[in-house]
Design a binder for this molecule. Structure first.
Ligand SMILES: Nc1nc2c(ncn2[C@@H]2O[C@H](COP(=O)(O)OP(=O)(O)OP(=O)(O)O)[C@@H](O)[C@H]2O)c(=O)[nH]1
Length: 331
C-alpha cells in the first residue's frame, strides 16, 4: 500500500492536531503488522478470556462451548454474533467433533471471518468522476480527522481529491479540515460557520466537476439532533449532490468510535436510518480493548467496516480487511 505521503511537512498552525510522522520516524511496517499493533489491547483481553478453552487438549464438548459462549458474551462482539458462532460450532462438534483447543481456535477464526465477509458489499464506483464520499456520524467520533486521512490516502494512491467542509456547525471543524487539507496538499471548498452545508456541497460538486477531480470527500456536522432534523439535512445534501453528480453520494461512510463499544451502536443506528450508509469507518481502534465491536457492527448493523482509524497521525488509517483483523485477534 502506498503510504509514502510524508515527504512534505507543513508547519503546524493548530497544535491540537498531531503532526504526520517524518518518513524516518516510523519504519515501514506491513499492513498486517500495523493492524496487529492496533488491536493489541483487544487481542490481550480476548486471548486472556478464551485461553482456558483454547488451551484444552481433549476433544471439545458442549460444556467447553458453553464456556466459550460466556466469554464471548462478555467481549464486545455482541450477543447476536456470539449466539450465531456458538450454534455453528456446536453443529460442527456434533457432525465431526472438534479435536481440541487448537482446532477450536481455527474454526472460531473461520466463523468470525464469515460474519465479517457476510456483509462485505462491493462499492459502486461511478463511471464518470467525481466519486462523492460523504462522512457522517456523531460529534467527536473522528469525522474531520478521517476526512483528512482519507484525502491523503487517496491522493497518495494517485487520485485527484477535493475536500468539502460541510460541517458548518462547528467553526473549529472548518479550520481543522483546512490544516489537514494543506498537510496533504489537497484543495478545500468551505463556507463560513453557520452557513448552509448544502451550499458548500453544491459549490464543491460544481468545482469537482469542472476540475475533473476524481474524489470529493465531504465532512458533515456531527451534532446529534432529532432524527427528523438529521434526515432533513442529510436528505437535502444528498439531493444537492445528485443534482450535479449522478448517483452521488456514491459512498456514505458512518464514522464510529471503537472506544464507545456497544453504546456507539445505538447512535449508529440513528444514522443508518437517516442516511443511506454504505460502510463504516471505525476510528480509535488503537488503544481500546473494544475492537470486537467490528463483529457486532456486522451482525447488528449489517454493514461492513471499510476503514479502520489506528491513531491520530495522517497515515493512521487502514483499509479494513477481515483476514488481517481476525488473524491479528486470534494469532
Ligand atoms: N487514537 C486515535 N484518535 C483518533 C482517531 N481518529 C480521530 N481521533 C481523535 O479523535 C478526536 C476527535 O476527532 P475529530 O475528527 O475532531 O471528530 P469529529 O467527528 O470531526 O468531531 P465533530 O466535528 O465535533 O463532529 C481528535 O482528537 C482526533 O485526533 C484514531 O483513529 N485514533
Amino acid at each position: 500500500m502506498a503510504f509514502s505521503l510524508f515527504g512534505k511537512r507543513t508547519p503546524d498552525p493548530e497544535p491540537e492536531i498531531p503532526a504526520a510522522a517524518e518518513p524516518a520516524a516510523e519504519p515501514k511496517r506491513g499492513f498486517f503488522d500495523r493492524m496487529k499493533q492496533a488491536v493489541t489491547r483487544t487481542r490481550d483481553t480476548f486471548t486472556e478470556s478464551i485461553s482456558s478453552v483454547i488451551a484444552l487438549t481433549r476433544e471439545i464438548d458442549f460444556a467447553s462451548l458453553d464456556k466459550l459462549e460466556a466469554v464471548l458474551l462478555a467481549a464486545d462482539i455482541g450477543s447476536a454474533t456470539t449466539l450465531l458462532v456458538i450454534e455453528n460450532l456446536k453443529q460442527r462438534a456434533l457432525r465431526q467433533g472438534i479435536e481440541g483447543g487448537a482446532e477450536l481456535r481455527r474454526l472460531l477464526k473461520i466463523e468470525l471471518k464469515a460474519v465479517l465477509d457476510g456483509v462485505a458489499v462491493p462499492v459502486k464506483h461511478p463511471q464518470m468522476p467525481p466519486e462523492v464520499i460523504m462522512m457522517v456520524g456523531v460529534n467527536g467520533t473522528g469525522k474531520t480527522t478521517t476526512s483528512g486521512k482519507l484525502a491523503a490516502l487517496f491522493s497518495a494512491q494517485g487520485n485527484s481529491v477535493l475536500l468539502c467542509a460541510a460541517d458548518t456547525f462547528r467553526a473549529a471543524a472548518i479550520e481543522q479540515l483546512e490544516v489537514w487539507a494543506s498537510r496533504s496538499n489537497v484543495p478545500l471548498i468551505k463556507t463560513k460557520q453557520g452557513g448552509d452545508p448544502s451550499a458548500a456541497l453544491y459549490d464543491a460538486c460544481a468545482a469537482a466537476k469542472s476540475r475533473g477531480t476524481q474524489v470529493l470527500i465531504v465532512d458533515t456536522a456531527g451534532r446529534l439532533h432529532t432524527k427528523t432534523d438529521l434526515m432533513k439535512e442529510l436528505d437535502k445534501m444528498r439531493r444537492t449532490a445528485e443534482k450535479l453528480v449522478p448517483g452521488a453520494p456514491h459512498q456514505t461512510l458512518l464514522v464510529m468510535d471503537a472506544t464507545t463499544g456497544q453504546n456507539g451502536l445505538q447512535q449508529a443506528r440513528l444514522f443508518t436510518e437517516a442516511a443511506r450508509v454504505t460502510g463504516i469507518v471505525l476510528t480509535k481502534l488503537d488503544g481500546t480493548a473494544k475492537g470486537g465491536i467490528v463483529l457486532a457492527i456486522a451482525t447488528e448493523l449489517r454493514l461492513p467496516v471499510v476503514y479502520a482509524g489506528i491513531g491520530e497521525k495522517m497515515e493512521d488509517i487502514l483499509p479494513f480487511d477481515s483476514d488481517s483483523f481476525i488473524d491479528s485477534l486470534l494469532e
